[in-house]
Design a protein around this ligand. Structure first.
Ligand SMILES: [Zn+2]
Ligand SMILES: [Zn+2]
Length: 273
C-alpha cells in the first residue's frame, strides 16, 4: 500500500505523468502509511490550524481523485491498443495492485470514454440542451437544488445564470440522458471547477500565490473551499438553503485554501472575519 501511496504522491496533474521524487525535494521522501499519518498530524498541529478529521477527509479526497489518473495506462488513453486488458493488468501490477476483473473492466470503460470524447469531438451537452430536450429532468434537478447553485447556493434568478455541471466529468464518463450525471451550478463555480474533477486536481497549487497575483480570492480557491466544506462551517447550513460565502479564517493571512472557510451569510461576520 505504501508504494501505491508513494506513486500517487508523485502524480503530476500537469503532465499526467508520475514525476520523479526529486521534483519535490526532500519533503515527500517518507512514505510508509505511518509516516504519512504522522506528517498529517504535524500538519494539523503546526500549519493547518484545522480539525484533524477535516484534514483526513481532505487527504482522502486528494488520494481518491488523483488515483483516477494514476490507474490509467497512458497507452489506453492516447493510443489504440488492440487488447487493452493485458495492458491495464500489467499497469496495475506495476502499481502493486491486484488486477481484479471488476477493476480492470472499470478502468477499460474510463479509458474508452476518454478516447471516444477526444477522437470524436462529441459536443458536451449544455444547460440549454437539458432545458429544451429534457424538461422533466431540468425541473426535477432545479427542484432538488431548491433553485440554487449546487455548490455555493446562490439563487438562480435568471435562466442565463444557470450552467450544467457533470458529476462524473464528461471526459471520463458518458453523458447519460437520464439526468443522473447532471447538476446545475452558477458561472463562478463552473469556472472555478474548470475541467478538473475536483479541486485536488487543479493545475495550480492552491496554497501558492504568484508574485504578480492580486490579493483576492481566486475562483479556483473559492470552488475548492466550497467543495471541501460543503456547508457553513459554523451552522452546517448547506447550499440548498442559503448562499454560501468563502471568507478568510485569519484576516491577516492570504487568500489560500488553507486560510479560507465556507460560511453562510449569517455567519460571514462571526468571530472569524
Ligand atoms: Zn455557485
Ligand atoms: Zn451559518
Amino acid at each position: 500500500v505504501s508504494r501505491v501511496v508513494q506513486r500517487l504522491l508523485e502524480y503530476d496533474p500537469e503532465t499526467r505523468q508520475l514525476a520523479g521524487l526529486s521534483a519535490y525535494g526532500q519533503g515527500l521522501g517518507c512514505c510508509t502509511l505511518d509516516e504519512l499519518v504522522t506528517s498529517a498530524r504535524e500538519l494539523v498541529n503546526c500549519v493547518f490550524l484545522r480539525q484533524e478529521e477535516t484534514l483526513c477527509r481532505e487527504l482522502g479526497e486528494w488520494l481518491r481523485y488523483r488515483a483516477i489518473f494514476a490507474l490509467l495506462p497512458e497507452q489506453c488513453l492516447f493510443g489504440r491498443p488492440r487488447e487493452e486488458k493485458p495492458i491495464i493488468r500489467a499497469h496495475l501490477e506495476t502499481l502493486g495492485l491486484e488486477p481484479e476483473d471488476s477493476l480492470v473492466s472499470a478502468i477499460k470503460l474510463v479509458c474508452t470514454n476518454f478516447r471516444a470524447k477526444r477522437e470524436s469531438g462529441v459536443r458536451k451537452m449544455g444547460i440549454e440542451d437539458v432545458r429544451v430536450r429534457f424538461g422533466h429532468h431540468y425541473r426535477r434537478i432545479l427542484g432538488e437544488q431548491n433553485d440554487r447553485c449546487c455548490y455555493c447556493g446562490v439563487p438562480f434568478v435568471v435562466e442565463e445564470s444557470t450552467q450544467l455541471d457533470h458529476v462524473v466529468p464528461f471526459y471520463l464518463g458518458d453523458d447519460p440522458t437520464d439526468g443522473r450525471n447532471w447538476r446545475f451550478c452558477c458561472a463562478p463555480c463552473n469556472r472555478g471547477k474548470g475541467v478538473y474533477p475536483y479541486y485536488s486536481l487543479g493545475g495550480v497549487s492552491l496554497n501558492w500565490l504568484e508574485p504578480s497575483s492580486i490579493p483576492k480570492l481566486s475562483e479556483s480557491v473559492r470552488f475548492a473551499a466550497l467543495t471541501r466544506d460543503k456547508s457553513c462551517s459554523v451552522c452546517g447550513t448547506g447550499p440548498t438553503m442559503a448562499s454560501l460565502l468563502v471568507t478568510k479564517v485569519i484576516a491577516s493571512g492570504c487568500w489560500i485554501l488553507d486560510n479560507v472557510q465556507t460560511v453562510c451569510a449569517n455567519h460571514a461576520l462571526g468571530p472569524t472575519p
